[in-house]
Write a protein that binds this ligand. Structure first.
Ligand code: SF4
Length: 335
C-alpha cells in the first residue's frame, strides 16, 4: 500500500459569471482546475509534479490536503480515506500532512513573531504550549539552519531564504510524515534555491519524510525526484521513475518541456527547442479530445475527438497519447 493514494481527484470551481449571466441567472461556466487525477506516493519518496503555471499543480496539492475541498475523487493517506474525514479527524490528520508554500513573503504573518508563526501548529494540534512549545520551536528553528535567538524576531527581519526556512520549520514542527512542497524555491534567487533544496533533501533523509514536490522547473524536479508526474490542463499526461521519464519521455508535452533543458538526462545532444503554439488553453473551456491537441505538433483527427487513455509502458512508466506505438518524438534523434 502506498503512503498516499489519489484516485480520480477533481477540483472544479464556478467561474465568475458575466453581467449577462448574472442578469439571466445563468450559473456560468465551470473552471476544471483538476480533472480526474490518480497518482500514488510511496513512503520515503519524492514525487515531482511538473507542469506550466496555471495547469492545476497547486490546486491538486491543496485538494490532496483538503485545503481546497475536492469536487470528486478520493485521497487515502496511510490507509485512511482523508476525503471522508469529518473536521475533527481531518484536523488530526493535518498534523501528519503539511505544506510548504511558494511565497515566503506572503505566507508568513508580518505581525507575528517567528515563535508565534512556527509554534502555531503546536497549539492548534494540542501538542505543546508555553515554555515547552518555545523549546520545541527553538529546536526546529535550529534544525532548518536558523538560530534559537531569532525566535522573537518578525518576518521582515529575515532574508527571502531565511523566510522560507521559517516556512519549512512551520511545516516540520508538528512532526509530519508527508509534505506538499508547493514551488518552495521558485520565488528565491538561484544561489538560495540550491541551499533550500539541499535542506529539504537532508530533512527528508534524516526524518524519513515523503514529499509531493511541485515545480514548473524540470531541472529542479529532475534533481530531487524519485518519480515524476507531468500535468497538463488539470490532468496527468505522463508519470514514471525520473530516469524513465526524463531520458525517454513518451508524451509530446513532456518532450516539449525537456527540449528547453538540453543538459538533463541522456539527451545532451539535442538542440532544437520545441516551441509550442499558443498559450495553455483556459480550464474554463478546455479542448475536447486530447487536451493537448491545440498545441501538439503530432495531433491528428482522433486527437481532436477522443481523449487518450493512460497506458502502462512497463517499469512504472505510463502516458496518455494516441500515438505512443508509432515511435514518434519531437526531440532530435527520436527515442
Ligand atoms: Fe498529441 Fe494526439 Fe498524443 Fe494528444 S493524443 S499528445 S494531440 S499526438
Amino acid at each position: 500500500m502506498s503512503l498516499l493514494e489519489v484516485t480520480g481527484l477533481s477540483k472544479h470551481y464556478a467561474g465568475r459569471p458575466s453581467l449577462v449571466q448574472r442578469v439571466t441567472r445563468d450559473p456560468g461556466q465551470v473552471v476544471r482546475a483538476v480533472n480526474g487525477v490518480s497518482l500514488a506516493v510511496e513512503r520515503g519518496e519524492v514525487l515531482g509534479l511538473i507542469g506550466e503555471s496555471g495547469c492545476g499543480k497547486s490546486t491538486l496539492g491543496r485538494a490532496i490536503l483538503r485545503l481546497h475541498e475536492p469536487s470528486a475523487g478520493r485521497v487515502t493517506f496511510d490507509g485512511t480515506e482523508v476525503t471522508a474525514l469529518a473536521p475533527p479527524a481531518l484536523k488530526a490528520m493535518r498534523r501528519r500532512m503539511q505544506i510548504i508554500f511558494q511565497d515566503p513573503y506572503a505566507s508568513l504573518n508580518p505581525r507575528r513573531t517567528v515563535a508565534e508563526i512556527v509554534g502555531l501548529p503546536l497549539a492548534l494540534h494540542g501538542i505543546a504550549s508555553g515554555e515547552e512549545a518555545r523549546e520545541i520551536t527553538a529546536r526546529v528553528l535550529e534544525r532548518v539552519g536558523l538560530k534559537a535567538g531569532q525566535l522573537d524576531r518578525y518576518p521582515h527581519q529575515f532574508s527571502g531564504g531565511q523566510r522560507q526556512r521559517i516556512g519549512i520549520a512551520r511545516a516540520l514542527v508538528s512532526n509530519p510524515e508527508f509534505i506538499v512542497c508547493d514551488e518552495p524555491v521558485s520565488a528565491l534567487d538561484v544561489s538560495i534555491q540550491a541551499q533550500i533544496i539541499a535542506l529539504l533533501l537532508e530533512l527528508k533523509r534524516d526524518l524519513g519524510l515523503t514529499y509531493l514536490f511541485i515545480s514548473h522547473d524540470i531541472s529542479v524536479i529532475g534533481y530531487l525526484s524519485d518519480r515524476v508526474a507531468v500535468m497538463y490542463l488539470g490532468e496527468i499526461v505522463e508519470t514514471g521513475p525520473v530516469a524513465a521519464v526524463l531520458d525517454n519521455p513518451r508524451h509530446p508535452y513532456t518532450q516539449s518541456l525537456l527540449s528547453a533543458v538540453p543538459e538533463i538526462g541522456a539527451r545532451r545532444d539535442r538542440k532544437a527547442r520545441v516551441r509550442l503554439q499558443g498559450d495553455l488553453p483556459s480550464p474554463l473551456n478546455p479542448p475536447k479530445g486530447c487536451k493537448f491537441h491545440t498545441r501538439c505538433p503530432l495531433a491528428t483527427g482522433i486527437c481532436r475527438s477522443a481523449a487518450p487513455q493512460t497506458r502502462d509502458l512497463g517499469g512504472g512508466h505510463s502516458a496518455a497519447c494516441h500515438r505512443l506505438d508509432e515511435g514518434l518524438s519531437l526531440l532530435e534523434g527520436g527515442r
